[in-house]
Write a protein that binds this ligand. Structure first.
Ligand code: LLP
Length: 401
């Protein structure tokens, strides 16, 4: 792909996603579970561009949403309502009502209070809410603490004993119908034994529920599969699937998966232009037109993204690649070896398809960048670059006389 040509046509910075790659990853994951009934519910939060969602819907993906906004997006992109699930620790009453009205597949509950609220809303609307409960199995996913979710010290889910009580309550309610069980212990997991450990614990719960005539049809194993950003070994999908399947021995359930990063991280790149270089006594800085508001992961998690400087091939030296936002924490990469750059050179930040654009903001009143997609060698724009007018469009003129 000629990024200089794209930069000329669309300006910089931009995100570009490879739809063929997304399809390849989707098929790999689906195939790993082909021995059983399974359904992929793509985690919309990883990359919620409508064209990405539409493309995944065309592959028969379902969608894991964590806000009414994500449900709206999924439906707008053409998702079937019966392939949408709704997760999240703090769903509001309006959001629960919206999910019920849209008649989605099920709602993943994360607390007893939430269950009672949903029951009341279902009653008011004369509907039966299909539910699943997010169980916190107290298993260490051994990942970055900010994206670890399966320990009792984390805010997510309900412990096994409380979950059991909630299922019994739901079974006896005229407005709740328990259909699934859910866990998600963290993200960027490279040691999948933790997912298997969680699966064994949750499968045991399902057996107990079945004995109580609570008919669990969906066994939702969440997302969390780690990917390669630098030199990490990605987990084997065969081993991943085998571990899950063996924990489900004798259970007739549909396996739900909620991959986000696995499908899109390495299908996306962030392309930014060099503005300046500068040196001080200690360091060399390459200043680019992309910044932390466009790609927050390095600043927020010290996340590593591979960097490629296009075109230059002079001798390399260490530098930080930084943006123009007024924060010392605004960097895309630190201490990287890079050839001498010139204004106008392009830098490609790799593995930026997940939690890139979707975590971007207008901080420093910077316009959000445009997004491109390539499929079968053809590139098209799937989101326009924002304008200043669009940035301020929702603000009210408080000084109006
Ligand atoms: N399901 C649930 C309930 C989740 O909370 C998440 C991610 C996923 C599925 C998808 O996880 P994945 O397959 O992408 O690992 N912003 C962070 C990642 C936060 C993940 C939050 N939950 C990052 O940039 O690394």
């Amino acid at each position: 792909m000629d990024y200089f040509k794209l930069a000329k046509e669309y300006n910089t910075p931009f995100y570009i996603y490879d739809f063929d790659k997304i399809k390849e990853r989707f098929t790999m994951l689906k195939d790993a579970f082909k021995a059983r009934k399974s359904q992929i519910f793509y985690a919309v939060k990883a990359n919620s561009n409508l064209s990405v969602l539409k493309f995944l819907a065309s592959l028969d993906s379902g969608f894991d949403c964590v806000s009414a906004g994500e449900i709206y997006r999924a439906l707008k992109a053409g998702a079937k309502n019966y392939k949408i699930i709704f997760s999240g620790v703090g769903k509001g009453a309006d959001e629960l009502k919206y999910a019920l009205e849209q008649n989605i597949l099920y709602i993943n509950l994360e607390s007893q209070e939430e269950m009672l609220l949903l029951e009341q809303i279902a009653k008011e609307n004369q509907k039966v809410a299909r539910i699943s409960i997010r169980v916190n199995p107290n298993v260490d996913a051994k990942t970055h603490p900010y994206i670890s979710t399966g320990l009792h010290e984390n805010k997510f889910g309900v412990d096994i004993e409380n979950a059991k009580k909630m299922y019994i309550y739901a079974k006896n309610s005229a407005y709740l119908e328990p259909v699934g069980v859910h866990f998600h212990i963290g993200s960027q997991i490279l040691d999948i034994s933790s997912i298997h450990e969680a699966s064994i614990i949750v499968a045991k719960l399902v057996r107990e529920l079945l004995a109580l005539k609570i008919n669990i049809k969906f066994f939702d194993i969440g997302g969390g599969l780690g990917v390669c950003y630098k030199d990490e070994q990605e987990p084997s999908l065969y081993d991943y699937a085998q571990g899950i399947l063996s924990s489900l021995h004798g259970l007739d359930v549909c396996i739900g998966m909620e991959p986000g990063r696995f499908l899109v991280a390495n299908a996306g790149e962030f392309v930014t232009k060099v503005l300046y270089e500068k040196f001080n006594e200690k360091k060399r800085f390459v200043i680019v037109d992309g910044a932390m508001n466009d790609l927050l992961r390095p600043s927020l998690y010290s996340a590593y993204h591979e960097i490629e400087l296009l075109g230059a091939n002079s001798e390399e030296s260490l530098c930080d690649i930084v943006g123009g936002v007024c924060e010392s924490g605004d960097f895309l990469a630190k201490d990287r070896s890079l050839a001498k750059t010139q204004a106008g050179d392009l830098i490609v930040v790799k593995s930026a398809g997940a939690y890139g654009f979707s975590m971007s903001s207008n901080y420093n009143s910077r316009n959000r960048v445009c997004e491109l997609a390539q499929e079968n060698g053809v590139v098209r724009m799937i989101r326009k670059r924002e304008s200043y007018e669009e940035q301020v469009a929702l603000e009210l003129e408080y000084l109006k006389e």
